[in-house]
Design a protein around this ligand. Structure first.
Ligand code: CA
Length: 248
């Protein structure tokens, strides 16, 4: 008899709680981390066009570009750059960039992004070993935010031993489009070398499964499920109390 009363009270409490949750839209059922409701096929996809600078093909050791012009998905906004063919060892495949032709270059590419989502920005940095300064410097920009000012020493480096160094950053998309920009910040004809640029979508952080999202995964809005569960629990509670009273 005492067990019936306790079970009835617990069921009533659960019912009331579920009703309140349905009213407030609260997260009542949190199944903890790792419960994604649907797989995200775009995770890991590189959204940069020609991040390896293999387009257009450079048959010579290098060719020089002056602003303003486009090449293989990129825009040379200011200054001049050398598109490197066979002049030196690339970080990846065959070609790369020297971000100083004989003036510091700024290049950019506009990327289509998912607002609020995080991406991994990754690229390889080295420097033109043929002349000074020995410390090459450039900036990486993600929209209006400067991601980093990078330095690379070419001391001891040669065209066949470039010493490419990979850099990685986690960045977040503020809107559905972002401008990725690289900017040499040194003068002269021997600049920072850039190759193998990629921006890949990272997996979304784990989402707590709420009654609303649980219901949505079955094609139902959340509050009817909360109300239904609340009714069932409430009726069970009342039944248990009624049975216990009749047994008295
Ligand atoms: Ca390349």
């Amino acid at each position: 008899m005492r067990r019936m009363v306790i079970a009835g009270c617990l069921a009533l409490i659960l019912g009331v709680t579920l009703f309140q949750g349905a009213r407030d839209g609260a997260a009542l059922l949190d199944y903890g981390p790792g419960r994604a409701l649907a797989a995200d096929p775009q995770v890991g996809e590189d959204i940069v066009v020609n991040g390896d600078f293999e387009t257009p093909f450079v048959s010579a050791s290098f060719v020089s570009y002056s602003a303003v012009r486009t090449f293989g998905g990129w825009t040379l906004e200011s200054g001049g750059l050398d598109h490197i063919g066979s002049l030196w060892q690339p970080a990846s495949v065959r070609q790369s960039l020297d971000l100083n032709s004989c003036s510091p270059a700024t290049i950019y590419q506009d990327l289509a992004t998912i607002p609020g989502r995080s991406y991994l920005l990754r690229f390889a940095l080295a420097g033109n070993t043929a002349g000074g300064p020995s410390i090459k410097q450039m900036e990486a920009w993600w929209g209006a935010d400067k991601v980093d000012t990078l330095s690379f020493s070419v001391a001891g480096r040669t065209p066949s031993q470039m010493g490419w160094r990979y850099n990685e950053y986690t960045v977040t998309a503020p809107s559905d489009s972002i401008r990725l920009k690289f900017k040499s910040v040194i003068g002269g004809c021997y600049g920072p070398a850039l190759d193998d640029v990629s921006v890949t979508l990272l997996a979304a952080p784990p989402t707590a499964v709420t009654l609303s999202s649980f219901g949505a995964s079955y094609g139902l809005s959340g509050w009817p499920i909360s109300v239904a569960l609340g009714c069932v629990a409430g009726l069970l509670g009342l039944s248990a109390l009624w049975v216990s009273r009749r047994q008295d």
